[in-house]
Design a protein around this ligand. Structure first.
Ligand SMILES: O=c1[nH]cnc2c1ncn2[C@@H]1O[C@H](CO)[C@@H](O)[C@H]1O
Ligand SMILES: [Zn+2]
Length: 371
C-alpha cells in the first residue's frame, strides 16, 4: 500500500487507538504472580514471570477459541478484590500509554469478579478508579491517554440484561458501551436480544464478538437482529466475499471482488471491524498471519481497525500488531494513520471528543512521523 517505510522501533511513537482489549487478558505476568501470592491462589502453572508469560502464550496458541479462553481462569482468579482490580486497571493504562496509545476502550465481564463477595457496582467502580489513576499517572509522565470502559456479558451465562443495565447506569462515569464475549459456537447473539434492545432503548452503544469462531450466521444475527454498532473481530465476513480468480491477497486491489449480502451491509453501513490479528491466528479463526483477511478487507475499504484483544495471551502490544501487519502487508505510516482514524471514528466516545482527538492528537502525530 502507500506511505513512507517505517522502522519497527519508531512504531511506539505513533498515536494509536485500541477499541478491543480485554482487561483480564492484559495483566503483567509479574502482577499475576504477585496477586496470586498475596491472595493465596496456588493454581498458577508457573512461578516466575518469564515462564508464566510463555505459558499464557503457548496455552493460548491452541487453534481453538474454547481452549484459548481456558487460560483466563488464572487471570480472573486473581482479580476478585477491590485493590487487585484497581491495580490491574491502573497498570493496564500505564502499559497502553507507554505503547503510544492515546485512546482505549477496555472491556471485561463484571460478573466474573464476584467470587469474593463484591457487587457488580463495586467491581465497576474499582476498575474505573484504576483507570482514572492510570490516566493521571500517564498525563504526569507526558503521555496523555483517554480510557473508557465497556462492560461485557458472558454469552454462555444469563446475566446480559443486568450487565446492559450496569452499562447504562455508569454511562456518565466512564462506561461507554456493552459487549458479549465467550465461546461463540452454540451461543448466538440473539440469545441476548433483550440486552441489546435495552441498550438501544437507552440510546447506548454496543459491540458483539461475532464472526470469530463461528461464521456468517453470527455476523448476520449481530447486525440484522441485534443492531450492533461494531463487530468484535468479524473476520469471517471474508467468507461472504468472492475474490477474482487468481487474486493474490498480498498485492491485488481486488477490484472484481463480489460481496454477498452480509459483507455488503457491513461495508455499506461502515460497521467497524475490531480486527485482532495475533489473537485470530492463536484461536484458529485464521490459519496464519499471511492468510489474515486484514489486507483484503482494508483494500476493499471496510472500516478496519487494529486491536490487541489480549496482550498477555498473545504476548503483544499495539506497536507489535502494527509491526506484524507492516511485515506481512508492507504498510506504511499513512496506512496506520488511516486505520487509527478509522478506530477513533468508531469509538463510543462522544462525537466532539472523537473529533478533537483526531484533529489535535492523531493527525499531528502522524504528520510528524510522515515528515
Ligand atoms: O477473542 C475473544 N473471543 C471471545 N471471548 C473472549 C475473547 N477474548 C477474551 N474473551 C472472554 O472475554 C472475557 C471478558 O473479558 C474473558 O474472561 C474471556 O473469557
Ligand atoms: Zn475479544
Amino acid at each position: 500500500m502507500t506511505g513512507t517505510p517505517l522502522e519497527s522501533s519508531t512504531l511506539v511513537l505513533a498515536p494509536k487507538v485500541v477499541l478491543h482489549d480485554h482487561l483480564d487478558g492484559g495483566l503483567r505476568p509479574a502482577t499475576v504472580l504477585d496477586l496470586a501470592r498475596r491472595q493465596g491462589y496456588q493454581d498458577l502453572p508457573a512461578d516466575d514471570a518469564d515462564s508464566l508469560a510463555r505459558w499464557f502464550r503457548e496455552a493460548a496458541d491452541s487453534g481453538s477459541l474454547e481452549r484459548y479462553l481456558e487460560t483466563f481462569a488464572h487471570t480472573v482468579a486473581v482479580m476478585q478484590t477491590v485493590p487487585a482490580l484497581e491495580r490491574v486497571a491502573r497498570e493496564c493504562v500505564e502499559d497502553l500509554a507507554a505503547d503510544g496509545v492515546v485512546y482505549a476502550e477496555i472491556r471485561y465481564a463484571p460478573e466474573q469478579h464476584l467470587e469474593a463477595g463484591l457487587t457488580l457496582d463495586e467491581v465497576v467502580e474499582a476498575v474505573l478508579r484504576g483507570f482514572a489513576d492510570g490516566e493521571a499517572d500517564a498525563a504526569r509522565a507526558g503521555r496523555p491517554i483517554v480510557v473508557r470502559c465497556l462492560v461485557t456479558a458472558m454469552r454462555h451465562a444469563a446475566r446480559s440484561l443486568e450487565i446492559a443495565e450496569l452499562a447504562v447506569r455508569y454511562r456518565d462515569r466512564g462506561v461507554v458501551g456493552f459487549d458479549i464475549a465467550g465461546a461463540e459456537a452454540g451461543y448466538p447473539p440473539t440469545r441476548h436480544l433483550g440486552a441489546f434492545e435495552f441498550m438501544r432503548a437507552n440510546n447506548s452503544r454496543f459491540t458483539i464478538h461475532a464472526g470469530e469462531a463461528f461464521g456468517l450466521p453470527s455476523i448476520h444475527e449481530a447486525i440484522a437482529f441485534c443492531g450492533t454498532d461494531r463487530l468484535g473481530h468479524g473476520v469471517r465476513v471474508i467468507d461472504d466475499i468472492t475474490l477474482p480468480e487468481g487474486a493474490d491477497p498480498a498485492d491485488e486491489s481486488f477490484e472484481g471482488a463480489v460481496l454477498g449480502d452480509v459483507a455488503g451491509i457491513v461495508r455499506d453501513k461502515r460497521i467497524p471491524l475490531e480486527l485482532c490479528p495475533s489473537s485470530n491466528v492463536q484461536t484458529g479463526a485464521v490459519a496464519s498471519m499471511a492468510e489474515h483477511p486484514f489486507n483484503v478487507l482494508a483494500r476493499l475499504r471496510f472500516r478496519v481497525t487494529v486491536n490487541t484483544d489480549n496482550r498477555l495471551m498473545s504476548d503483544t502490544t499495539m506497536s507489535r500488531e502494527f509491526d506484524r501487519l507492516a511485515a506481512q502487508f508492507g504498510y506504511g505510516w499513512s496506512d496506520f494513520e488511516r486505520f487509527t482514524v478509522n478506530a477513533m471514528k468508531s469509538a463510543f466516545l462522544h462525537f466532539d471528543q472523537r473529533l478533537a482527538l483526531i484533529d489535535d492528537v492523531i493527525k499531528p502525530g502522524y504528520a510528524t512521523l510522515i515528515g
